[in-house]
Design a protein around this ligand. Sequence first.
Ligand SMILES: [Zn+2]
Length: 498
Amino acid sequence: MKKILLPLILLAFSAISAQEAMLLKSSVRHTIDELRDFVAIPNDALEHADINRNITWLTKKFNERGFNTSVLPTEGESLFFAALPMEDSKPTILFYMHFDGQSVDPSKWDQPNPYQVVLKAPDGNGWKNLSFDELNEDINYDWRLFGRSTSDDKGPIVMFLNTIDLLKKENKALPYNIKVILDSEEEKSSAPLAKAVKEYKELLKADFLVINDGPVHNSGKPTVIYGCRGITTLSLTTYGPEKPQHSGHYGNYAPNPGFQLAEVLASMKDTNGKVTIEGFYNGITLDEATMAILKSVPDNETEIKNNLQIKTPEKVGSFYQEALQYPSLNIRGMGSAWIGEKARTVVPESATAEIDIRLVPESDGTRLKNLVKKHVEKQGYFVTAKIPTKEERMAHNKIMTITEGPVTNAFRTDLNNPYGKFLVETLRNTFKEEVVQIRIMGGTVPIAPFINELKIPAFIVPMVNPDNNQHSPNENLRIGQIAYGIETFYSLLSTPKL
Ligand SMILES: [Zn+2]
């Protein structure tokens, strides 16, 4: 087991009394037991029966806490919805989490069954197994629970349930109406969600959306994320002779598709990595206040470069967070003829580059794809969406087939949104720490269309450790993050927004 331990700051207990700390610990203990129980139900969304068993578990657990629940049919697996009785005078928070998980390959895990949670303590560079009885003595916040979906994303669901218990125990008045939507196909791209939100619009109506998924910032500090980039793809193919030809007979004679493709690709970016296609970065402005927030993110760029083993980053932005504010143009793969031991002395018949474009709200995916196509045409290419016919080959010197993938839009909530300010302030007061504010994450979450359809301010408030092996073997949840999650939910649900 070669896991690097990140020095996570112990967040919990930072601002609470000894008595509260005791209560929190017993709540953490109960969360661990309940999470073991929940993880034991396999949750691969390819198994319909398993998803239903998860829904049965959720129905029981939410009903026990006084929620009204419903199972919402969709074109795919059903969604799970829960709400506490509503009062018109209160604003409504909608929480989004998901209970499905990535598939598992037990042979790759350091435990027999990824659905049977194992308790482990850090031990040198690895981990040693512990008995759950050890938790009766004391709960060490650096210990971890290993199992599928402990972090992604069953952990936060169980933290939420136990926070409701704690709020009741403390007789806390809730200044909000609370709704919860739990996705069953997040790891399969949440395909039915965007359509379902149209159908269940009334039910999902809320003042703002809080998404509890993914890890906190690498620094381990409390984190609020305002958006994430979207994505679209293109496939570009150039052509040489109709079949691969002997490079001795036809080298210097048959045009080479590899060189053609390389020339076109090279024309799209300068040596600093900036896209030179006209209009690619149009509409993006970063004012001073925005730049200040971007700069306040405690990224360790020396460490990032060290991890990636790169000397100098591209210069689309002057630092990491700034770079993410722009769309990217990425060659995600290339191919032509054969390489390595299979390399042959041929003039290849074609060369292909697979492109992905990460999108920001200012950059419409269809517009950027059209800019790329226009750019290719300007280089003298005949552009077609199909494999060229003989007639086309004979009529044009330069031919490129361009096919397009679908567009998943970005989402981004304004940094000045009052609900965002409320979230940041509440976390700051709870943990007595500066909150990391991420204006936009580089990656794409499949629920972006859902968020854009709801048309309400949305924020990702992550709860789990960054080194949780999400989607991989040995997924785990640091127990300290359970305390962090409960404190976060507790403060959000008991602090009125001014
Ligand atoms: Zn997730």
